[in-house]
Design a protein around this ligand. Structure first.
Ligand code: DGL
Length: 271
């Protein structure tokens, strides 16, 4: 039996948070990680332009990588382009990443939840529909951050990112109303779990940070099983190179980024 090929896609490094969880469930798969960093951040790109960009780029890379499943490890893209991608590539499964509003709303005790995402994701109809469907009983604070994804990339590349910059971006997530406090914050941009330790340290009070990466990995595992690729024994530590990472800007990574890629089973390759 051949091993499955998995194409994981994001605007930059955020998709690595999802990729790492998939590798733990599917260590034997062949991976292509594609980052469209030539136009990062996606959160600042108008919807129609972004749809054309992502569909065109992925069309090329699907031809090149011949994946068995494509993971759109980006909320900003998933909340927009999944219908068109599925219509253009019938028969190829796409697994998207959309704000985890449903589990946050189901688990909240205070009824106050926040969704931390790019300005584009918080403005999407898709996000508003999710809230209507799954969080009608909650008060939902939508926090669109224009800077956090860029700060997360800088931190991963080993650049100094001051606590004050991060604290200012997450501060609006913490809402107090009628003696109640926000108790769940949805990490609705795949970049944000890269900063989770800092978020925890800089939080105004304890909250549950909802990262859907593991659930997405389970979905990918399931989709592959349905397509005839048997489940594999899971691994905790990723200690082998499992695939290549391509960046549309095509700049060779520095030492810190190369190490971060290797820790996720990837080596940089020229696009
Ligand atoms: N990682 C992306 C997401 O999940 C967005 C970052 C960007 O603005 O490019 O939304």
């Amino acid at each position: 039996m051949t091993v499955p090929a998995i194409l994981v896609f994001d605007s930059g490094l955020g998709g690595l948070t999802v990729h790492a969880e998939i590798v733990r469930l599917r260590p034997g798969a062949r991976y292509v990680y594609l980052a469209d960093d030539a136009v990062f951040p996606y959160g600042a790109i108008p919807a129609a332009d972004l749809t054309d960009r992502v569909c065109g780029l992925l069309g090329d890379w699907i031809g090149r990588a011949q994946p068995d499943v494509v993971v759109i490890a980006c909320n900003t893209a998933s909340t927009l382009v999944l219908p068109r991608l599925r219509a253009t590539h019938p028969g190829l499964p796409f697994v998207g990443t959309v704000p985890a509003v449903k589990p946050a709303a189901a688990q909240s005790h205070s009824g106050l939840i926040s969704v931390l995402a790019t300005p584009a994701t918080v403005a999407r109809d898709y996000t508003h529909d999710l809230i209507r469907q799954h969080a009608a009983h909650c008060e939902v604070e939508l926090v669109g951050s224009a800077r956090l994804a860029t700060l997360a990339e800088a931190a991963m590349k080993g650049e100094a990112v001051p606590d004050s910059a991060i604290a200012a971006e997450i501060a609006p997530c913490f809402v107090e109303r009628d003696g109640r406090r926000t108790d769940h914050v949805v990490l609705a941009c795949t970049h944000y779990p890269l900063l989770l330790d800092r978020f925890r340290r800089l939080a105004k009070w304890h909250v549950a940070w909802v990262d859907p990466a593991h659930a997405i990995a389970r979905r990918v595992d399931h989709v592959l099983a349905e397509r005839g690729f048997p489940h594999e024994p899971h691994v905790e530590a990723i200690d082998e190179i499992r695939g290549e990472a391509f960046f549309t800007r095509d700049v060779r990574p520095g030492e810190d980024l190369a190490a971060a890629l290797a820790a996720r089973g990837l080596r940089w390759a020229k696009a």
